[in-house]
Design a protein around this ligand. Structure first.
Ligand code: DON
Length: 300
């Protein structure tokens, strides 16, 4: 396994096309695209890493997996009255379907849907308490109390998040937010600003792996459903492409991180900040494609 991860990191370093770093969040625009890290946390407890696996990055939309787990923990299947379970076929920040579908976002991984899951775990508590609960969940999953949020990234996104504000106002106009737009956005942007390394993220992902001795933070049924949503919706309008090329459930973030689950085997985290045209890590996707090819771990 170590040889494979080293080979994949070397292939990434040699690839001249790193993709383009996201610039719409000013605090992330200056990140060096020439970085690549990968980590795998196997079900037997072994962890292997390569490249920049111990460099912290902004997990961004990968946080939507933890937020979904938390929201389901709060309200269970009631959540599905407020957010759907279908891929959108549109970019992560699209507002198009919200109008046609009465303010019910297609799934919890596009921004509109994630605003609803944030509103769900926020409900009844202050943003500080809710974010504390989210951090406790992530730290317990990763078995690492040092994980934190980057305040500068959160502020940077709140200051420029016009699209997310418009999505939130649209949800509110349909009665699909319980807390104020400002509270939901503040909480959501802090959630996205959690920083983790590939090593921490891979270890944290083990709660989604079906094997003995994994942290049991969600029920078996929820774990299956979260994996199903990662497979169908985890890469936005690139979800079909990721399933085709990799064949494992994954969730990407605009910071360039991807969390991938090999059911019953391992959780894998890969990070490289340059993105492809869907807003998912370019080298990260290619690395996972090579990894899946070599291991035969596609679920299909
Ligand atoms: O809300 C946003 O736009 C970002 N905080 C997160 C988007 C994201 O990560 C999309 N992923 N590829």
């Amino acid at each position: 396994m170590q040889d494979l991860l080293t080979e994949i990191a070397e292939a990434a370093a040699a690839n001249p096309d790193k993709g383009a770093v996201a610039t719409y969040i000013p605090e992330l625009a200056g990140i060096d695209p020439d970085q690549f890290g990968m980590a795998i946390a196997l079900a037997d407890g072994r962890v292997f890493t390569s490249g920049d696996a111990d460099v912290p990055f902004s997990i961004q939309s990968v946080s939507k997996v933890f937020a979904l787990a938390l929201a389901l923990g709060r309200v269970g299947d009631q959540l599905w009255y407020r957010v759907g379970r279908e891929p959108s076929g549109l970019s992560f920040d699209s507002i198009l379907l919200l109008e046609r579908e009465d303010g019910i976002p297609r799934n919890p991984f596009i921004n509109a849907g994630a605003l609803v899951t944030t509103d769900t775990y926020l409900s009844g508590s202050s943003p500080r308490e809710a974010l504390g609960e989210l951090l406790r969940f992530i730290r317990a999953a990763a078995d690492d109390d040092s994980i934190h949020m980057n305040e500068k990234v959160a502020k940077s996104e709140i200051a420029t998040g016009h699209r997310n504000f418009s999505l939130a106002h649209y949800l509110a106009s349909h009665g699909n937010l319980r807390s104020s737009v400002d509270k939901v956005l503040g909480t959501y942007c802090h959630q996205c600003a959690v920083e983790m390394t590939c090593r921490q993220l891979a270890i944290a992902g083990r709660f989604l792996v079906d094997a003995p001795n994994m942290p049991s933070l969600v029920s078996v049924e929820r774990r299956r459903r979260i994996n199903a949503l990662m497979m169908t919706c985890g890469h936005y309008d690139g979800s079909g492409d990721f399933a085709f090329r990799v064949g494992m459930p994954g969730k990407s973030g605009v910071g360039g991180g991807i969390l991938v689950i090999s059911p019953s085997r391992a959780a894998i985290a890969v990070w490289s900040p340059g993105l492809n045209r869907y807003g998912n890590s370019k080298l990260g996707t290619e690395a996972m494609e090579l990894f899946a090819h070599r291991t035969g771990w596609s679920v299909f």
